[in-house]
Design a protein around this ligand. Structure first.
Ligand SMILES: Cc1cc2nc3c(=O)[nH]c(=O)nc-3n(C[C@H](O)[C@H](O)[C@H](O)COP(=O)(O)O)c2cc1C
Length: 276
């Protein structure tokens, strides 16, 4: 439960003025919490200049004070990172250490979620990755062999170049073991959450933050919608990754240390924007 320590509160009123939910109000020169539940955005904890607000239902040890030297990222560097980031499709065989993976999931945990629900889950495939990858590629193999154009069109949202992709790459997988799904990445992170649109946005933000942090650790990422497609065709795959009935797969990230080095940014189309 959120609490304000009256003895510490200096009555600056910042928590009350920022509390969009209306749970905190000033009474005289002290901030007071109303009895009703809020969205637990915990902005009040972060805002209080004297640390008078805490929540005994969470680990307060994770709350650390702001320090400009370690929290600020130069804007130009961040922008350069964003434009230099690439989808990586060639990985070194080196494993990604568990402590590194855990630190990346923290970037997901600290990302915003609609209504502050924090309901995303992460399935990290390492040991079971080859087995699950093989099931997914076999799913595409069976699909192209059945050659039912309606089914293929449904599976690939009408994009028949994906059919051609697997018509080429499934035989290559059978003949040489070529992995055109996860590109031999040593780790795949599957992000799951409630079956609603808000979760899609939550997962987009979380994975983007995970990806940027991964880049700072020398890792590379490729989002893999093909795995979601394979799961939508083959329910056994959803079972294999332990997907809960009330959840959906929101994003899939193949990850590892890149086996190649980009030397420059790549061009993009002009931005489509309207200033109104
Ligand atoms: C939602 C999403 C799904 C993607 N799925 C795949 C995929 O299944 N296989 C693949 O090779 N690349 C996939 N990509 C990578 C895109 O092809 C890539 O982002 C795009 O070509 C731009 O290249 P860049 O990321 O290097 O800038 C996906 C990217 C996104 C954002």
């Amino acid at each position: 439960m959120l609490r304000i320590d009256e003895k510490i509160c200096v009555g600056c009123g910042q928590c009350a003025s920022e509390c969009f939910y209306g749970k905190i109000a000033m009474e005289g020169n002290k901030a007071k919490m109303a009895d009703f539940a809020c969205w637990n955005c915990n902005h009040c904890i972060g805002l209080c200049p004297v640390g008078a607000i805490s929540d005994d239902s969470v680990d307060m040890g994770q709350v650390i004070p702001y320090r400009k030297e370690t929290f600020e990222v130069p804007s130009e560097n961040l922008f350069n990172m964003i434009r230099f980031r690439r989808s990586i499709r060639m990985f070194r065989p080196d494993p990604v250490e568990d402590d590194v993976l855990l630190s990346l999931l923290e970037a997901g945990r600290y990302s915003p979620t609609g209504s502050n629900r924090q309901e995303l889950s992460y399935t990290v495939l390492k040991k079971r990755l080859p087995e699950i990858r093989d099931m997914a590629i076999e799913t595409f193999g069976a699909l192209v062999k059945r050659n039912d154009l309606d089914e293929i069109s449904r599976a690939f949202d009408g994009n028949l170049s994906y059919k051609e992709f697997w018509e080429r790459n499934y035989p290559a997988y059978k003949e040489t073991g070529k992995d055109a799904l996860f590109y031999n990445a040593p780790v795949v992170i599957v992000v799951t959450g409630p079956k609603d649109d808000l979760s899609l946005v939550d997962a987009g933000i979380a994975t983007s933050n995970i990806e940027l942090l991964a880049e700072t650790k020398g890792l590379g990422v490729c989002y893999i919608a093909f795995f979601q497609t394979a799961c939508s065709i083959n329910p056994e795959l959803e079972k294999a990754i332990g997907l809960a009935k009330k959840e959906q797969i929101l994003a899939v990230m193949a990850m590892g240390y890149p086996a190649l080095q980009f030397h420059r940014t790549v061009p993009r189309n002009p931005v489509r924007a309207a200033l109104m």
